[in-house]
Design a binder for this molecule. Structure first.
Ligand code: ADP
Ligand code: MG
Ligand code: ZN
Length: 478
């Protein structure tokens, strides 16, 4: 029997606002424990939450970016449960009336395009953090840090449209790229600014009804997501084939063991007793709010990629790499404006620049080589002032010192020799030094051309223009 996998993802993204969702506390990551708290986010009696307008604006941007319909009216609700990191005893979220619904994104997986539906996007507040086994003296004590309590999140719920582990990863990457492009979330999975629950089920190929799903909680890397889903598919397939039934449950992935383990079954599932938050009015989104969000949205990754392919006639692969980060794409476009050979610029940005940024763990925004400096270097190559090989050396020096190409080239005497008289002398010398090779060449072994060019390059410390040298050698030996 063949089985089909069905996956739906629930993604939590922390919004990059300076203050929390319902109070004025800061949201800075890494601040001292419990230094960013106030009576509102600590859940003191009698306080009143007030919605952060910027968080709403950010949530609207995401809703528009993934083609959702924005609800004119949405309602905050209390999701009740007890946990030490939740001082209020409930989380303010949106339940039956979310901010936005019925969207989609198009993703690319293994070269083919797939459309994944977005069920809903809602706003909610984050809970605090528990630090286990870090008590001052007793082993195994746990500490509570409530700085994260009340930090704004959006939850993006997908339709069960995803079919393979790779597709799940592509979808999550696409969501992260959009969030980061919009500059509403830093996309950092290690720090927990982007978290993902994966719902996984299998069903016999061709079957329309969905199988029983299990939910994998809190995957915090693309690799873990993929590994956990792969493991689940195998586990569920094995269970079904041996006549067992998959039971609906929540499972946790243990990356070190590479397995998922049951956390709670459906019977033990929380009943959150949602009800409308009485301290907040329904959220009414006006046309002007939507327009404001829309008008300040940047071009998104997929659109930018398509435009790069069309406008610069570069391969889809190049366009994909260059548009993976908004600031990298900006760098590329600025460079092309200054040096109008898009493919040459693409090769340098994707090759040398990305390699060095990577090696030095630098972000494109801190690149010591600016578009102006890169363009100036490429002009030197184009004019024949330096060779392509020398240019790579110069580029590396530009990157490590921040200097410009011309000053490095002058200081090191790297200018390429294109003067015909000077080259002719060097060619004559190479011919004079190698009478045997000359004889063989004239006897028909024209492959020796490369040997002569090499001799001249060696004698000029690589500064001779190789194209001109080859022409001269041919002329002199014919
Ligand atoms: P819950 O109420 O348990 O959170 P939902 O129906 O809201 O369940 O769905 C949560 C997520 O699970 C969504 O992303 C949805 O696409 C996905 N999902 C629902 N049913 C299945 C299924 N049978 N197999 C895989 N994913 C599913
Ligand atoms: Mg769920
Ligand atoms: Zn607060």
């Amino acid at each position: 029997m063949k089985y089909e996998t069905v996956i739906g993802l629930e993604v939590h993204a922390q919004l990059l606002t300076d203050s929390k969702l319902f109070c004025g506390c800061r949201t800075r990551f890494g601040a001292g424990p419990n230094t960013q708290v106030c009576p509102v986010c600590l859940g003191m009696p009698g306080v009143l939450p007030v919605l952060n307008a910027k968080a709403m604006d950010y949530a609207l941007k995401m809703a528009l970016a993934v083609n959702c319909a924005v609800n004119k009216k949405s309602v905050f609700a209390r999701k009740n449960y007890f946990y030490p990191d939740l001082p209020k005893g409930y989380q303010i979220s949106q339940y039956s009336e979310p901010l936005a619904e019925k969207g989609f994104i198009d993703i690319e997986n293994l070269g083919s395009a797939r459309r994944i539906g977005i069920t809903r996007i809602h706003m909610e507040e984050d809970a605090g953090k528990l630090l286990h086994g870090e008590g001052p003296d007793e082993e195994g004590a746990s500490l509570v840090d409530l700085n994260r309590t009340g930090v704004p999140l959006i939850e993006i719920v997908s339709e069960p449209d995803i079919r393979t582990p790779d597709e799940a990863v592509s979808y999550l990457k696409a969501i992260r790229d959009i969030l980061v492009y919009l500059e509403i979330c830093d996309g950092n999975m290690q720090e927990g600014s982007l978290r993902c629950d994966a719902n996984v089920s299998i069903r016999p190929a061709g079957e329309k009804k969905l199988g029983t799903k299990i939910e994998l909680k809190n995957m915090n890397s693309f690799k873990f997501l993929k590994d956990a889903v792969v493991y689940e598919i195998d586990r569920q397939t094995e269970a079904v084939e041996s006549g067992e039934r998959v039971i609906q449950e929540t499972r946790l992935f243990d990356p070190s063991a590479g397995v998922t383990r049951s956390m709670r079954t459906k019977e033990e599932a929380h009943d959150y007793r949602y009800f409308p938050e009485p301290d907040l009015l329904p959220l009414i989104v006006g046309e002007d709010d939507i327009e404001k969000a829309r008008s300040s949205m940047p071009e998104l990754p997929a659109g930018k990629k398509a435009r790069f392919i069309k406008e610069y006639s570069i391969p889809a692969y190049d366009a994909g790499v260059l548009t993976a980060h908004r600031r990298l794409a900006d760098f590329y476009e600025s460079s092309v404006r200054l040096f109008g050979e898009p493919k040459t610029v693409s090769n340098w940005v994707m090759g040398e620049l990305l390699r060095l940024l990577n090696e030095h763990s630098k972000d494109i925004t801190d690149s010591p080589v600016t578009p102006e400096k890169l363009a100036a270097l490429l002009k030197l190559v184009k004019n024949g002032d330096i060779s392509g090989k020398a240019a790579k050396e110069v580029f590396e020096e530009m990157f490590t010192t921040g200097r410009d190409a011309a000053s490095i080239v002058n200081e090191k005497g790297m200018t390429q020799i294109s003067d015909e008289g000077e080259l002719a002398r060097a060619v004559d010398e190479a011919i004079g030094r190698n009478p045997d090779s000359v004889e063989k060449y004239r006897a028909g072994k024209t492959k020796l051309l490369g040997f002569f060019v090499g001799e001249v390059l060696k004698a000029t410390k690589g500064r001779a223009n190789p194209g001109l040298v080859a022409e001269l050698v041919k002329k002199k030996l014919s």
